[in-house]
Design a protein around this ligand. Sequence first.
Ligand code: AMP
Length: 437
Amino acid sequence: MTTTFAELKLAEPIQRALAEEGYTTPTPIQAGSIPYLLEGRDLLGLAQTGTGKTAAFALPILNHLLNNPRRAPAKGARALVLAPTRELAAQIDDSFKAYARHMKLKHAVIFGGVGQGRQVDAMRHGVDVLTAAPGRLLDLIGQGHIDLSGLEILVLDEADRMLDMGFVRDIRRIVALLPKERQTLLFSATMPKSIEDLAHSLLRDPAKVEVTPPSSTVDRIRQAVMFVESENKKAATLLLVDNPKVVRAVVFTLMKHEANKVSEFLNKNGIVSEAIHGNKSQGARERAMKGFRDGSVKVLVATDIAARGIDVDDVSHVFNYDLPNVPESYVHRIGRTARAGREGWAVSLCDPEQRAWLRDIEKTIGKPVAVVTDHPYHSEAAQNSTLRPPVLGGGGGRGRGGRGGPPAGQRNGPRGNGRPPGAPGGGNRRSGARRVA
Ligand code: AMP
């Protein structure tokens, strides 16, 4: 396995930018993917956010552009990256900008929720790299503002999340407008059948690179759960974030209005916090992210979808105000911390209705989550709850009608070390990449 960027034979301006970014060693997904991509191979990359996958595709794209100088096609792009959310799209665009600081790169980013005028202007003469959320991109193509018939490289980033968000038809429509001769890369954190099918239809003889699956990648994150009644969750959250060890924290809620309420409660109690979710304007989200990055906002309270694009390296703690009902979301959430080789804590509040979800999560991650009991809100009832998981409502809201069903599996007795969240201990393992093609 390659161990330095120099060995990857990337062009000098890219190497210089990486050195300035402070990157010394390729991450496993980078070391595994970049050699194939420089050869022009299609690629199926199994990797979560936080593994360095953005650079894994951005660096070979920039290398290709440097080695094959050509004018960008009018209204078109030479490389297109499709991403599920506007935040992620903006961050990918920023990464390209950073890695291309010593070369001339025309780039643009396109997403909904803002006026289209500037995006149309940016595309008029074409760009080298376009990063886009599928919906707005298709819209602008439909209006004749964008023409992707000259595309050379397509990247689908967080493909599983794009499918979860219902973008599959948009993606297929976009792909139908691209030249057949192109290089295609697909990155996904998980590999359900739907992704396998999409990969099979889009990729030609792809190299496959996977980093250690999430269940073991998350080992680096110290995890704990506190059993509480739902009415005590706000107070318990305050107790957790009001700790000097918490430098920068993301608190996850299931519902948007809950995110607002938790954020207001924290602010009232002296913790600077912002809520981000789908109902917030783009400007409000960007302000919140900026404050979070520069440290003026300590706690970001977010719903799952809004949090997809949070790419901040030193999130010290993730707190699950609500547990998610999908175990993979838990893995995604806690992956916001312990990034770029750092340590991180993930502490979840579990109420009686979410007890069964915790069991599902533990099955997925393959180990029990340590229980912390020495806090003022401990609830035996929540710990021993056998309620059935509540049914999720259509709008992402949580139904409350799941009570009274059969016991949801075995009861777990008390366990764990009772250590307060934030205490040191545990290893710091880096995930390994496996090349499988
Ligand atoms: P990503 O998985 O692309 O979201 O990347 C996660 C974080 O790791 C980003 O903030 C990158 O800046 C950082 N990163 C990516 N590659 C490297 C590297 N080779 N060395 C150090 N940090 C990196």
